[in-house]
Design a protein around this ligand. Structure first.
Ligand SMILES: [Zn+2]
Length: 276
């Protein structure tokens, strides 16, 4: 009797955990609405590292891209996605990477090539030896992200030459837009766009707000400084119609802690669990 009760409690606890983790109860968001995925690094996890949540292992990234391909997704860069928003097929996806880590070339690009996929990388212009984890929270001072190797200019040109990668801006210094004065903000947005255009020889019209911190004024500023789309860290999947504000787009966050089931559930529902 007590054994059965205990068994029931354990089963109940497992079901609760499963529901919390995978949000199977969340309704499927219409597959006509495009998914914009947010990544940072694609590389093996480091023992004891603080930011492994930002590291999707190459094995998992490959399984995710393979799943997208097998499920019939069409891959777009952010500029392509917005340009074709009115006539996107069902199951459109834009893979995006923030910051500009070197592994985006070394680990992610070969996988994108293997599955004929595309991506957009939001590069910080002045990215070397910079520790943006400390700007938001001072206690994040491990230096881990500063030590992480970033893309060199030459590597950025290689990515562009692959024909699979669009380069977007993530400002000059990964500044916190909430605490940066107006004039400096304008410079961060405008000069980063111009410098990345000079580096790549391509128009730069896509932007990602550093830390996902921004205001209505920053949306206006991004438009004024020449951007067509900007992505946030708000989790979810935007409406197809009416067209969303293109400088305030939601993303599906892919974490280094997501297994394949968690990834699939996020693709269905836009986000996981009870969070937000
Ligand atoms: Zn960032």
């Amino acid at each position: 009797m007590t054994g059965m009760m205990l068994g029931g409690m354990i089963l109940g606890a497992i079901l609760l955990w499963f529901s919390h983790r995978y949000a199977w109860w969340r309704p499927v968001v219409n597959w006509q609405r495009p998914r914009i995925l947010m990544y940072h690094m694609v590389q093996p996890h480091r023992a004891g590292a603080k930011f492994n949540g930002l590291r999707v292992t190459p094995e998992r990234f490959e399984a995710q891209v393979r799943w997208l391909r097998e499920q019939g997704f069409s891959f777009y860069t952010m500029s392509e996605l917005w340009a074709q928003w009115d006539r996107l097929p069902e199951r459109a996806v834009a893979i995006t990477f923030d910051d500009g880590y070197a592994d985006n070339l070394h680990y992610a690009l070969p996988i994108l090539e293997r599955y004929n996929a595309k991506a957009t990388i939001y590069v910080v212009v002045d990215r070397h030896d910079r520790d943006w984890s400390t700007y938001k929270k001072a206690h994040h001072n491990s230096g881990e992200l500063a030590r992480e190797t970033k893309l060199s200019d030459e590597e950025i040109r290689q990515l562009v030459a692959s024909g699979r990668v669009e380069i977007g801006s993530h400002t000059l210094t990964h500044c916190n837009l909430r605490t940066t004065p107006e004039g400096a903000k304008r410079h961060e947005l405008l000069a980063s766009r111009e410098q990345l255009e000079a580096l790549t020889g391509k128009p730069v019209r896509s932007f990602a707000y550093p830390f996902g911190i921004y205001s209505a004024d920053d949306v206006r500023l991004a438009r004024e400084t020449g951007y067509e789309t900007a992505v946030t860290t708000i989790e979810g999947i935007d409406e197809l119609m009416p067209r969303p504000e293109p400088l305030d787009l939601k993303r599906v966050k892919v974490s280094g802690k997501d297994n394949q089931l968690a990834f699939v559930m996020k693709m269905r529902g836009g986000r996981r669990g009870w969070s937000k």
